[in-house]
Write a protein that binds this ligand. Structure first.
Ligand code: BYC
Length: 318
């Protein structure tokens, strides 16, 4: 019998757990490459949540009614919460939040390409909720079954909140699409701008995806980038009809043979430019994040001092 303490035996146990579709927990041995992949994906996901607060935060002071403003504030706060669950999930892999934020600020870790586009009209808040959160849900529901326990569990709550976010975006566009001619035009123009970038959120085509095969073998990803993109398109076409808006894709057509909608090819050169830091808002998003982090230094310091004082008091009382 092999010694259960050897790396070979541990690897075999890990492989058997993955084959049986069991959850890997922080206490379990895992290969370095699995840990690194999870840290990369979870960190990128967490960074997306907190950077994603900026485009919508831009409209809090200009929301068209008190109700819309209250809902938008709650949504932006939810994104901060999602960031916290995800940084906590990453911490179980042995990497601290401060370390991950440093990597983000140095431009050494990514966040989703979608947040490098500007929100120039109120309708963009609707389009983000409908399309961006819609894409996020499509991508994240399968992640509730991801093989890494803490990430999968964080996803359950996040998905519930994202569903509400998508409904509020749909509701904004629904109102605008039934409003004045100007409001309808604003809604349509916004959907025209956000459609293609939302398709890019699923990542490069499968043929160009460096990590998919391995992540799928490890049950981190359950579906490929192209499979999820197709699901998303199939979901939004009838929703666009319900809104009375069109999608800016001349290739969109029901394919009875495949049982899916055919759709056009996103501009992958634009996607690569955004990933390289050359999107319309890359510099602005990162600068703003760094400034917010620096301005919040006193809060972190005060929280640490308060925690130390509480501990000292507890010790004295004991
Ligand atoms: N943007 O091998 P691939 C949200 C990179 S936020 C930037 O297919 P993978 C929300 C990829 O990192 C939504 N980079 O990668 C918040 C890799 O580069 P590196 C965030 C991208 O990991 C506020 C390279 O391209 N959701 O919900 O197998 C308000 C090759 O790609 C992107 C998540 O993060 C992109 N779009 O698959 C509203 C979900 N796509 O690292 C909403 C979790 C690819 O080799 N993440 N890259 O230099 C995932 O599911 C996967 O990481 C992805 C990519 C599907 C995104």
């Amino acid at each position: 019998m092999t010694d259960p303490g050897t790396d070979e035996a541990r690897q075999r146990r890990f492989d058997a757990m993955i084959a049986a579709d069991e959850r890997i927990e922080p206490r379990d041995w895992m290969p370095d490459a699995y840990r690194r992949t999870l840290i990369r994906q979870i960190a990128q996901h967490a960074h997306s949540e907190i950077i994603g607060m900026q485009p919508e935060g831009n409209w809090i002071t200009r929301a068209p009614s008190l109700r819309r403003k209250a809902v938008l504030i709650a949504k932006v706060q939810d994104e901060a919460g999602h960031g916290l669950y995800l940084y906590s999930a990453a911490e179980t892999l042995g990497v601290g939040r401060d370390e991950l934020l440093d990597l983000l600020h140095q431009g050494r870790q990514r966040y989703s390409s979608i947040f490098n586009y500007p929100t120039v009209t109120w309708a963009d808040v609707g389009a983000i909720g409908w399309l961006v959160d819609g894409a996020a849900i499509t991508n994240q529901v399968p992640l509730c079954r991801c093989s890494y326990g803490p990430y999968a569990r964080a996803m359950v709550r996040i998905c519930k909140e994202e569903s509400f976010h998508q409904r509020q975006g749909f509701d904004i566009l629904y109102s605008l699409a039934r409003g004045t001619d100007g409001q309808r035009r604003m809604a349509q123009e916004s959907v025209d701008r956000w459609y293609w970038p939302s398709l890019m959120m699923f990542g490069p085509p499968d043929s160009e995806s460096t990590h998919s095969e391995r992540s799928m073998a490890w049950n981190i990803k359950r579906f490929s980038n192209d499979e999820l993109r197709q699901r998303f398109v199939d979901m939004i076409v009838p929703q666009a009809e319900a809104l009375g808006l069109t999608l800016p894709d001349p290739a969109l057509e029901w394919n009875a043979e495949r049982g899916h909608y055919d759709f056009g090819t996103p501009d992958w050169d634009e996607f690569m430019q955004v990933l390289k830091g050359n999107g319309p808002c890359n510099r602005q998003r990162l600068e703003h994040r760094k400034a917010a982090h620096e301005e919040g230094a006193w809060v972190r310091e005060a929280a640490r001092a308060h925690a130390a004082k509480s501990r000292a008091r507890q010790r004295a009382a004991a």
